[in-house]
Design a protein around this ligand. Structure first.
Ligand code: N01
Length: 545
């Protein structure tokens, strides 16, 4: 691209939000390109290829909903699609929408500087490209920056070592191997249940138990009429997509938090509801019971007890039982991402699977041959897996050196004493013509990515259309609006049970990162209302020139 061509928009990242933005802007006649670090489409689902990788959003909601030509012609075969199914989907979307011609792969955006005289972003990549763009759209997702703890000796390990977020394309052979895995988040749980039955020996290093819930996977080829959950007909998709936006997280078809209050239902009614959701599977147990579980300790305790009783019944060994599903909750249930499991707890009943509690017996170092903990000494392994997560939500954006017209970087702004401040969870004062989707202060962690990222993208596209019509070239979130949005988001968070829990929801998983609310807890309908309120008032809260 020549140094004088100005793109209407440069999109960073070819996951769901990036693809949707590209498709929509292109249709409206805007010039737009995506720069993508990976070598394929799918964003997180390009990188997430560890054994057992599978999404926790159920069919058919985890897809592009406006692109009729894509969904009307694609058959999902799993209730919770695995990585292969997702890759099949992204290839299908590419065929239908001709995406690749506007995606530059293997290209990582490293810097962007705002040129106030021309109202353009000057964007640089690791491959030496310099691109001018009117709008900079960051579709970097919430888990683009991998986190590896600073274990002493890590570089000395002589065996095979992989982080779950950058798994080799050719896979890893586990047969007959001794394996260690550090981390029991959503990635760790999926890997453990997948490789436990295959490896010679597996040692799991757990710091906090994952309070995981039954997935209740279903396959299209099975007798789908024999379960609570059925594959919806494609003809129902438009109605499903529409109704999803009326639910808290757009994460479950036909279900949402009950409108009842916890204490206005009898114990018998409550237990019947928990049981129904438990059997129904997926995120329903988290997001279709009482919303009070996020605010009222007593409501949370009761759900925890139900969870713990059910999970403990699946684990044979009393020590493992107490470590995986303690009688006393390690944190308020659901305030740290619960993941969906298929046979996670049963894996620990196998004689070849050991569990080490690193809170009691910390990892001292990684040696040439294995992992050394305080009580166990060195356990030798052939393969070491780091399922240690991500510098979530803000990490992907803050990895790019974004500098505004006054020479201030977004890093300086968000890492300063005021922390992350945004307006509407998609823009920040001082950084004109810049937006992100499925990132800080959006419904992100509590929502289905394609839905919430998609509605943010649509909002920005409408704004760009208006600016084009009116010959405007610069838009910036106003400081007072940003202060107000950020304060309301924090007030809601601090009124809930989330703050004491160490989770990536608030940056608590990264040593030295500021602990602060990074996600909007108000739910999708309230979020849509906020977006509409600004838009319908001539984009109130923004200065457009
Ligand atoms: O990462 P995580 P993830 N010593 O941060 C442990 C999405 N996702 O990749 O809990 C020892 O959740 C850490 O311990 P603790 C999903 O939203 C979705 O698993 O901090 N252990 C934790 O157990 C998910 O939430 C899907 O005490 C250390 C683990 O490493 C998000 O991505 C699939 C440690 C990290 O867990 C991230 O999930 C995969 C240390 N020094 C991911 N440092 C699906 O949709 C960290 N840990 C299915």
């Amino acid at each position: 691209m020549s140094d004088t061509t100005i793109l209407d928009a440069l999109v960073v990242g070819a996951g769901f939000s990036g693809i949707h933005t590209l498709w929509k802007l292109r249709k409206l006649g805007f010039s737009v390109k995506i720069y993508e670090t990976g070598n394929g489409l799918g964003g997180t689902w390009w990188w997430n290829r560890y054994p057992g990788a599978r999404v926790d959003s159920e069919t058919p909601i985890y897809q592009l909903s406006e692109e009729t030509e894509v969904w009307s012609d694609f058959e999902w075969r799993e209730r919770f699609p695995g990585r292969e199914e997702l890759q099949r989907y992204f290839n299908h979307a590419d065929k239908k929408l001709g995406l690749r011609k506007d995606v530059v792969f293997n290209t990582c955006v490293t810097e962007a500087a705002w040129d106030e005289s021309r109202h353009v972003w000057i964007v640089k990549t690791n491959t030496g490209l310099t691109t001018l763009a009117r709008h900079l759209i960051l579709c970097t997702g919430f888990a683009a920056k991998r986190f590896t703890p600073n274990f002493p000796g890590l570089e000395k390990f002589k065996g095979v070592i992989h982080h779950s977020g950058v798994w080799p394309e050719e896979g890893v052979n586990f047969e007959g191997k001794k394996v260690a895995i550090i981390g029991t988040g959503a990635s760790g749980v999926q890997i453990i249940q997948e490789i436990g039955p295959v490896v010679k020996h597996l040692t799991v290093y757990q710091r906090t138990p994952n309070l995981a819930i039954p997935m209740r996977q279903k396959y299209l080829k099975d007798d789908v009429n024999s379960s609570l959950w059925k594959f919806p007909e494609i003809s129902r998709y438009p109605e499903i997509f529409r109704k999803l936006k009326d639910t808290f997280g757009a994460l479950i078809i036909d279900l949402d938090f009950t409108e009842k209050k916890f204490d206005s239902s009898s114990k018998q009614e409550r237990l019947a509801l928990y049981q129904y959701l438990w059997d129904y599977g997926g995120f329903s147990f988290w997001l279709a019971g009482f919303k009070d579980i996020f605010y009222v300790q007593e409501a949370n305790d009761e759900v925890y007890d139900f969870w713990s009783e059910n999970i403990r019944a699946r684990i044979d060994d009393p020590v493992k039982k107490d470590l995986l599903a303690p009688k006393k909750a390690p944190h308020a249930w659901g305030t740290k991402r619960p993941c969906l499991e298929q046979a996670y707890y049963e894996v620990y009943n196998q004689p070849n699977v050991d569990l080490i509690n690193v809170k009691e017996s910390p990892i001292l170092e990684i040696t040439e041959t294995g992992v050394k903990t305080k009580n166990e000494g060195v356990i030798d392994v052939d393969v070491l897996i780091l399922a240690t997560g991500f510098d979530s939500v803000t990490g992907g954006i803050l990895d790019i050196k974004i500098t505004n017209g006054e020479g201030v970087t977004i890093q300086e702004k968000w890492r300063g004493e005021n922390g992350t401040e945004t307006y509407l969870g998609l823009s920040t004062n001082g950084f004109p013509n810049t937006y992100w989707f499925y990132g800080p202060h959006g419904p992100t962690a509590f929502s289905n990515g394609p839905t919430s990222g998609g509605l943010q993208a649509d909002w920005v596209v409408d704004l760009m259309v208006k600016m084009r019509e009116e010959g405007k070239t610069r838009v910036e979130a106003q400081k007072p609006s940003e202060k107000e949005w950020t304060k309301a988001l924090r007030d809601e968070w601090y009124s809930s049970l989330f703050p004491p829990t160490d989770s990536w929801y608030q940056g608590a998983n990264i040593p030295g990162k500021k602990r602060e609310p990074l996600n909007y807890l108000g739910g999708i309908p309230a979020y849509i209302e906020e977006l509409e309120k600004s838009k319908n008032n001539n984009y109130a809260g923004f200065t457009i020139v």
